[in-house]
Design a protein around this ligand. Sequence first.
Ligand code: PEP
Ligand code: MN
Length: 365
Amino acid sequence: MKQPNQPGSDLNPLALNTWLTDFSHPLIISGPCSAESHDQVMKTSSALHDTGVVSVFRSGIWKPRTRPSGFEGRGEEALKWIAEVKERYGFLTTVEVATPAHVEMCLKHGVDILWIGARTSVNPFSVQELADTLRGVDIPVLVKNPVNPDLNLWIGVLERFFKAGITKIAAVHRGFTIFEKTPYRNAPLWEIPIELKRLFPGLPVLCDPSHIAGNRELIYDVAQKALLLDMNGLMIETHIDPSNAMTDAAQQLTPHQLAHLIENLDIPDPSAHTPCQEIEVLRSKIDDCDFRLINSLADRMELVKQIAVLKKECKFPVLQINRWNQILETRIKAAQLKGVNQEMTKKILELIHAESINLQTRDMP
Ligand code: PEP
Ligand code: MN
């Protein structure tokens, strides 16, 4: 993960961007991936209304497709259907915008909230054009993370809207394209939204479990984890007939399934931030563990430096693959015996080993 810049003065007010607290918690945004027909939009929104769990109705009108032959959305015609949904059921509405023309059309048809898609967030030129179009307009903007795992780029999008005078901003975590294969369509890389929340504590962060999961089966677990990570809401795609959807058929839920999912979520109380006495006691033990870890690391690095001198004297190569293999095997085995996650142990050892190699090669030509 690329490290973001320290929050600059432009961004600091984002940390106080608490507008979403006016909504019920968690904010539930739902609706089809794409508005396909008047009938589909009306049936889906009517069923969503019956569930009573949704505050904002979402729908894609212009669809960014990987290949040009795919269904690219119904365009402005569908905005009339969205306006009808708002009128009939009282939902707030949100639509993805990618060009200034999209913004103008959404404003003309009374869309309440705009969202910036993951494929637009990657492009600062497009984002700046959208921000310039919105200058002087009081409308909330939801910013999906860019497809690539670059926190700084995501922050840049938030910053561009903020600088254009948009004060109601929220980030939407929808997962990232990574090289490794994972069970998800888009790897969650939870450490990225967590770091965003650390840098801008008041900034609302929502999760889009549909685009992370990519299939219906994984949505519940992703949604649950997002709420346990204190995210402010969920955007989940629903369709009256998901398996026949024109886009994202594998990941859409029926409105009924959505209601069932929401009912079964364990929802932490967002105001419960003062830890109880027992948590405090355990936390102070964790503090001790962490400082012991740091002391062990310091001792280890000191030994690494002493070995560096001897290796040089004996003309030993710094990297000895057998020794490295042995370190990995024995430590991972020890982790297994102690019930510690082996994958995590391997990652930590790799970081430590990389630093040890750095220390031993630092003054080499
Ligand atoms: C969507 O929400 O339908 C969408 C296209 O999302 P993303 O920009 O996250 O891919
Ligand atoms: Mn979709």
